[in-house]
Design a binder for this molecule. Structure first.
Ligand code: SAH
Length: 262
């Protein structure tokens, strides 16, 4: 332990901030460590993606603070969330900061950890099952496959200046691209990838509400992505998986049919 963390006798206790991955929503997909922390929590700070069934695991009397974020509807600015975590820890409270999926994949966990460390607040990070992994398992789409993909990338589809993002080489033959937060910009994403040289016929799957009862898996070619999202009224949260791994079932079926026809 660093000497700066040594406390004089009687100095106030500083709580620990636990950045905990809550996975895709199904409580069965929590790590045991995350489940134990939630079940003994006295203060839970959570964002909107955390399923109510997971929050319900906290003991009676636990305090909940929602810092729900939705596209274009920020209920609490990131700086305010950072300040809240530091303030509570300095007041002696352990904070269970629950985040959907994994805290370090598009979860701003890095920013919160930095803010805590800068304030001398101990941080512990508990990984969670990220949406890409949850969607892959639930839809039975392997992200890698010896015959179809040996590279997998995760990108954020909702960012300012999508056109300036360099995704060249991330999608294509032998590669799987998983796009988070891509529903609102699906059309522009397909255009961008096709402009980068990807085949308009490349297969993809949109997995909405992965690992939840309301899950939908929609498949189609890259060129039809924008239309698919509109026609099927796809809502966030959803991931878009692009690559041959999403068409393996179809490819196998076509091969079978061709063999039967011979
Ligand atoms: N830290 C989270 C990602 C937060 S960004 C993680 O590791 O999963 C929010 C995006 O995650 C959503 O826009 C969506 O693209 C994706 N997402 C989160 N939960 C999902 C779910 N159950 N099904 C599909 N996509 C999900």
């Amino acid at each position: 332990m660093k000497s700066s963390a040594t406390k004089l006798p009687g100095a106030p206790r500083v709580g620990t901030v636990y950045l905990v991955g809550a996975g895709p929503g199904d409580p069965d997909l929590l790590t045991l460590r995350a489940a134990r922390l939630v079940m003994s929590a006295r203060l839970v700070v959570h964002d909107g993606l955390v399923d109510p069934s997971i929050l319900a695991m906290a003991p009676a009397g636990a305090r909940f603070v929602s810092v729900a974020k939705a596209r274009a509807r920020h209920t609490m600015a990131q700086d305010d969330i950072n300040a809240l975590l530091v303030r509570e820890a300095r007041a002696g409270n352990d904070v269970i900061r629950l985040k959907g999926g994994d805290p370090f994949i598009f979860g701003r966990g890095g920013e919160e950890a930095e803010a805590c460390r800068a304030a001398g607040v101990p941080v512990d990070v508990v990984p969670g099952i990220s949406a890409a992994n949850a969607a892959a398992a639930a839809a039975q789409i392997p992200l890698t496959h010896r015959d179809s993909a040996s590279i997998v990338s995760f990108v954020a589809g909702q960012c300012k200046g999508l056109a300036e993002q360099n995704w060249a080489g991330l999608a294509g033959v032998g590669r799987t691209l998983v796009i988070y937060m891509g529903v609102a910009t699906a059309d522009a994403i397909a255009e961008k990838l096709i402009a980068d040289g990807l085949s308009p016929a490349m297969s993809l799957a949109v997995v909405e509400n992965a690992a939840r009862r309301s899950m939908r898996v929609l498949r189609g070619p890259l060129a039809g992505l924008g239309e698919l999202v509109v026609r099927e009224k796809v809502k966030s949260p959803a991931v878009i998986v692009i690559g041959d791994v999403t068409g393996r079932e179809t490819a196998e079926r076509l091969k079978e049919l061709a063999e039967m026809a011979q």
